[in-house]
Each structure stands twice: as structure tokens, then as C-alpha cells.
Write a protein that binds this ligand. Structure first.
Ligand SMILES: Nc1ncnc2c1ncn2[C@@H]1O[C@H](COP(=O)(O)OP(=O)(O)O)[C@@H](O)[C@H]1O
Ligand SMILES: [Mg+2]
Length: 275
């Protein structure tokens, strides 16, 4: 690295992770090296089983057993911390708590007064457009609304890094697009560093500054692709579609034909996905 380059906010150095399966070590991630700049938006794409969720769990500090180093602002991570927020594919809201109580869970470790907490919760509910639903319960929400609550909970402690693990994967196409646009708007306001795991190549290209393409068995970086497109990005634009084809090509290996209508990793023939 250039001696004058600014220090990365997040750095993975030679990160490796294995799981014991049937008395053998399954190598889930191998030699993962990545530096993420402050404010950067990284998307991680790759077929199922490539280690994407495992990587996010390591970065958020839910799993402390791994080799190599993960640093934030130069300091080794040590378990979970308020500077990292995470959103999963399933909203993981507690059904017996209402929307504002669920969001307030993101503040349990924050040294704030009750009034201070209430004001932050209200602020983030407004940010995701759910002020009118503060007293609603999860079963009264649509899938998209529940995921907005999960995003508000992930952001309410003002983390510097937001981690998203296929957050829109279970939503219909229209809601997914709306939430992608909302995520960009939120990110602009919060200036937050973001790491998004997604199956959806179009989603990665619509949102990210760089796309990390993972290869399976063991999970490793195949390539890192810069996305040189200005925001707001035009999903049907020529440059966008060309980038999408190139990225799909990257995912499917050298020399493989990719039909132009294929959009998402799930749409690819089975042999490309087998890990
Ligand atoms: N707790 C676990 N025990 C054993 N194997 C695991 C565990 N978690 C993940 N794995 C394995 O590690 C690999 C990577 O999993 P994961 O990170 O969930 O992949 P992805 O999110 O890319 O689909 C897979 O082969 C998976 O079966
Ligand atoms: Mg996963």
C-alpha cells in the first residue's frame, strides 16, 4: 500500500475460517484480504455456500474463532460493538414488541437517557418512513415494512459500518427496488460505510462502489470489480447492462456463455451454483 494512502476503515488480512463437519475441517473461507475505505459501499456476490454470511458474522463479531486479522480503524475487533450494525434477510423482529420497542433494542448498550433513546428511535423511524407505525406489531407489517424496521434497528446506534446479509432477498421485485433506493438515500444522509451481501448482480451494481466476487470451495475472492457509474444509476442504461454482463461472466467463470436475460445468481444453471 502507498505510504501516503489513507488508512482503511476496515481491513481483513489473511482471514480464514473453517468449521468441523463430520470430524473433518470444512474450509469455509480462505486467505480473504480486503481493505474498505471510510464511506465506501462494498457488495459481496457469489453462489450459496461461498462464505459470504460467515464473513459478515466475523466482521460483526458474532464469531470470534478465525485465523488472520480483522481491524477497524487499525484496532483488532474484539466481539460485537456499537460501531457495527447488522441487518439479516429475515427481519428478526420480536413479535411481542411493537415497532419502536424493536428499534430501541438497537440501543440497549448505549449510555443514553430514556428520553435520548426515544428521540433516536423516533428519528430513525422517520428516516425509514414508519413514524405512523411506531405502535404497530410485526404481524401488522408487510415484508418491506418489517425490513425497514430491521434497518432502523441496525442504524439507531449510529454505527460507522452497516452490514447487510441479503436484506432484500425475500421481498418482491418492486419492494426490493424501493428499498434499494431508500438505502442509497439513507447512506447519503448517514455517510455510513456499508457491506452488502447479495445474490442479485443488479442490486450490487445499482448500489456499490466495488463488488467483491467470491468463488466457492473454499470461499475466496475471485475478483474485485470497480463500479465506475455515477449515481443515480440507470438500471436499463447501456453502461449498466454492460457491467452486469461482465459481472455475470465473472461469476460464471471464463469463456462461459451467459444468456442476456439472466439477472441473478439464482437464475444460473445449477452447475455454476454447486459449491
Ligand atoms: N455453523 C456452521 N457449521 C458448519 N458449517 C458451516 C457453518 N456455517 C457455515 N458453514 C459452511 O460454511 C460454508 C459457507 O457458508 P455461508 O457463509 O453461510 O455461505 P453463504 O452465505 O455464502 O451462502 C458453507 O459450506 C456452509 O455449509
Ligand atoms: Mg448466506
Amino acid at each position: 500500500m502507498n505510504a501516503f494512502a489513507p488508512q482503511a476503515l476496515v481491513s481483513f488480512r489473511q482471514v480464514a475460517k473453517s468449521f468441523p463437519v463430520d470430524g473433518r475441517e470444512l474450509q469455509a473461507i480462505e486467505r480473504f484480504d480486503l481493505e474498505i475505505a471510510d464511506g465506501e459501499f462494498i457488495a459481496i456476490v457469489g453462489a450459496s455456500g461461498c462464505g459470504k454470511s460467515t464473513l459478515l458474522r466475523l466482521l460483526v463479531g458474532l464469531d470470534r474463532e478465525f485465523r488472520g486479522e480483522i481491524r477497524i480503524d487499525g484496532a483488532l475487533i474484539d466481539g460485537i460493538g456499537g460501531e457495527r450494525g447488522i441487518v439479516f434477510q429475515e427481519h428478526r423482529l420480536f413479535p411481542w414488541l411493537n415497532v419502536e420497542q424493536n428499534v430501541a433494542l438497537g440501543l440497549v448498550n448505549e449510555p443514553l437517557s430514556e428520553a435520548g433513546k426515544a428521540s433516536k428511535v423516533a428519528d430513525y423511524l422517520a428516516l425509514v418512513g414508519l413514524t405512523a407505525f411506531a405502535r404497530a406489531y410485526p404481524h401488522q407489517l408487510s415484508g418491506g415494512m418489517a425490513q425497514r424496521v430491521a434497518i432502523a434497528r441496525g442504524l439507531v446506534a449510529s454505527p460507522r459500518i452497516l452490514l447487510l446479509d441479503e436484506p432484500f432477498g425475500a421481498l418482491d421485485a418492486l419492494t426490493r427496488q424501493q428499498l434499494q433506493e431508500e438505502l442509497l438515500r439513507i447512506r447519503q444522509r448517514e455517510r455510513i460505510t456499508t457491506v452488502l451481501v447479495t445474490h442479485d448482480v443488479e442490486e450490487a451494481l445499482f448500489l456499490a462502489d466495488r463488488v467483491v466476487v467470491m468463488a466457492p470451495r473454499p470461499g475466496r475472492i475471485k475478483r474485485i470489480v470497480e463500479v465506475p457509474l455515477e449515481h443515480p444509476r440507470e438500471r436499463g442504461g447501456y453502461d449498466f447492462l454492460r457491467q452486469r454482463e461482465a459481472l455475470l461472466h465473472e461469476l460464471t467463470g471464463e469463456g462461459d456463455y451467459v444468456a442476456p436475460q439472466l439477472k441473478r445468481v439464482e437464475d444460473l444453471p445449477f452447475e455454476f451454483l454447486a459449491c
